[in-house]
Design a protein around this ligand. Structure first.
Ligand code: ZN
Length: 180
């Protein structure tokens, strides 16, 4: 991880100012954007296997884990129109991602409740309609969980220009952006 951070810092060094925009390669670069990346020494990625735990770790991650972090900065030059488009795209994907986190938490709760009701109905030998109704509810809850879990990846997948794609590859994630 230390090696990766060093490589990326070298690849996008602080001093060099390219003449053209790093996205469209047509217009002159006018805006400098500094990205900060960070990796935490925790096992959050393994928790993603479990939708409920993932939701919890996303929501409470900062509270639960007292971790050490590796950070690195990369600097990029864009033209002003690419920069505007990028900012807009980042804002949109951020909103979608945050919405998905909220949906994921709600859907997890619905799924757990529906599964509980289903168990109860099966044990008390309820009618066939009641059981299939509860089962449908649980399946919908589970489906929404999976979709929302995928949705939480939106920001990582679409929030960055192609050149930077994979820069924030696991376990590194994007922390902040500043304009200089
Ligand atoms: Zn451009």
């Amino acid at each position: 991880m230390h090696f990766y951070a060093e490589e990326m810092t070298k690849q996008f060094p602080a001093r060099s100012r390219p003449t053209e925009c790093q996205i469209c390669h047509r217009s002159p670069a006018t805006t400098k954007i500094v990205y900060e990346w960070r990796a935490n020494y925790d096992t959050r990625d393994t928790l993603v296997l479990n939708a409920v735990l993932a939701a919890l770790s996303l929501a409470l991650g900062h509270v639960w884990y007292d971790t050490e972090a590796i950070e690195f900065r990369t600097e990029h030059w864009f033209c002003s129109s690419c920069c505007h488009r990028l900012c807009w795209r980042q804002t949109c994907s951020k909103i979608i991602t945050n919405a998905c986190i909220v949906i994921l938490i709600i859907a997890s709760i619905v799924f757990v409740c529906a599964a509980g009701v289903l168990c109860y109905l099966v044990r008390t030998s309820a009618t066939h309609e009641e059981i299939s109704g509860a089962r449908k509810f649980a399946l919908v809850g589970l489906g929404v969980c999976i979709v929302a879990l995928l949705g939480t990846r939106v920001y990582r997948a679409f929030g960055f220009p192609k050149a930077l794609m994979g820069l924030g590859k696991s376990p590194f994630s994007y922390v902040s952006r500043s304009r200089e």
